[in-house]
Design a protein around this ligand. Structure first.
Ligand SMILES: [Zn+2]
Length: 424
């Protein structure tokens, strides 16, 4: 982004560095703060100034610096529809001037990524005007080899000029989310696994960029070939489906923790790292930094949340069909996690720790069917829901469109050779 500023897009971008929400929630690339500008000489009629809210500064102080009094502040703030207490340092305001004898005649603020509000003085009143900011979506295809993790694979891909590190991390996460029911990225990844993904890169009319949605992806993981195609039903809900139109969604996630690395897989017996004796290990240990969110593997009810001997702080969930899951050695529980609470799939229930008999921060995860511990990665979770019958044709059309983006075919290969002809 610094380079963009340096190459002369600065003016287009200056008005866009606004940051209303928490910095990490702001959806486009963060820009350098804009320096306050001073009016030109008295012969010029009509100019603009930009100013940036500084650390610890109130909006009143900024407006005062720009020649707007308390009465104007109140009117402008209410018309902009912003809460001055929630403003963050870095928020940019643009001021229009017509005559150096009076204060600014208009104030423009980017209130949302896709909306700018301009409040202009008209006689003794202020009037607001909204300006939508257009964002265009461009599909970007990326493929590569996975060596240690999705993130590493994306870092290694040759597009770092286009997508910064934050976006690469987010893309890796988003892709892991797409396949969260099929792949445990903490332990299924092997050298020479491959991925291809088509995602949207969004560009605003101001030249800002941000990462959009994942449209389609292919994974070759541990000898399995998986595909995902985003399809939105008319009610606006989107899901990922495989080539045949089966939803990737399942009753349980493959891994109940953000993927990092895994210390120890499921085995019939192993040497306990602390007790120093061989005993059956009833679950999977996910090594992760202390504090990493632990997710409910499936929808269910909390049957226990508290201290449980060697398990340390543990949450146990009951699900349908006599299945229970346990999450142990937690540092702490998420808010509202108590006996009887309902949790949704993927909901944060606690945080990785090392309470109880644990040699280091990790999550111990158990999957039990009728009280018997099972290897969660060997459990057959059945098929996902098929795309509704009346939407099958629209799905196939969309799948073929995305497949053309995902697998740019050699000129001589017809699409029908790739399975479309044999489709049901
Ligand atoms: Zn364990």
């Amino acid at each position: 982004m610094r380079r963009l500023v340096a190459t002369g897009l600065a003016l287009a971008i200056l008005g866009a560095a606004a940051m209303f929400a928490a910095a990490d929630a702001w959806p486009w690339r963060r820009l350098e703060p804009v320096a306050a500008t001073t009016p030109p000489g008295p012969t010029v009629r009509g100019w603009t100034t930009s100013d940036t809210l500084r650390q610890g500064e109130t909006l009143g102080e900024l407006f005062n610096r720009q020649g707007l009094g308390a009465v104007d502040l109140e009117a402008v703030v209410s018309l902009l529809g912003i809460d001055p207490r929630r403003l963050r340092a870095g928020q940019v305001f643009n001021f229009g001037h017509h005559d150096s004898a009076t204060g600014p005649t208009d104030v423009t603020v980017r209130v949302r990524p896709d909306l700018e509000t301009r409040v202009a003085r008209s006689d003794d009143r202020w009037l607001a005007e909204e300006r939508p900011i257009r964002w265009d979506r461009h599909p970007v295809r990326l493929e590569g080899r996975i060596v240690t993790s999705l993130y590493d694979a994306m870092t290694a891909a040759t597009w770092s000029e286009e997508i910064d590190e934050n976006d690469r991390i987010r893309l890796a996460w988003d892709l892991a989310d797409v396949f969260a029911w099929a792949v445990d990225f903490t332990r299924d990844i092997q050298p020479d696994d491959r991925f291809a993904v088509v995602f949207e890169r969004e560009v605003s009319e101001r030249g800002e960029t941000r990462l959009g949605r994942i449209l389609a992806s292919r994974l070759e993981v541990a000898g399995r070939r998986l595909a995902a195609f985003r399809f939105e039903t008319p009610d606006g809900r989107a899901q990922y489906y495989d080539e045949e139109g089966t939803s990737l969604r399942r009753a349980f996630l493959r891994a109940p923790v953000e993927f990092r690395r895994i210390a120890s897989g499921f085995s019939r017996s192993r040497k306990h790292p602390i007790l120093g004796v061989w005993r059956r290990h009833q679950g999977i240990d996910y090594s992760a930094a202390a504090g990493t969110p632990v997710l409910a593997a499936g929808e269910g009810t909390v049957v226990s949340a508290g201290w449980s001997g060697g398990y340390g702080r543990m949450v146990e969930l009951r699900h349908r069909s006599g299945i229970t899951t346990r999450y142990a050695h937690l540092r702490g529980f998420a808010k509202d996690i108590r006996i009887g609470a309902r949790v949704g799939q993927g909901e944060v229930i606690g945080y990785v720790g090392s309470t109880g008999l644990a040699s280091g921060a990790h999550l111990h995860y158990e999957f039990r069917q009728s009280g018997v511990a099972r290897d969660p990665n060997q459990v057959d979770l059945g098929n996902g829901e098929p795309v509704p019958a009346d939407l099958r044709q629209p799905f196939l059309t969309e799948r073929d469109r995305l497949r053309a983006l995902l697998d740019p075919a050699p000129p001589t290969t017809s699409v029908a050779a790739d399975g479309v002809a044999g489709d049901r």
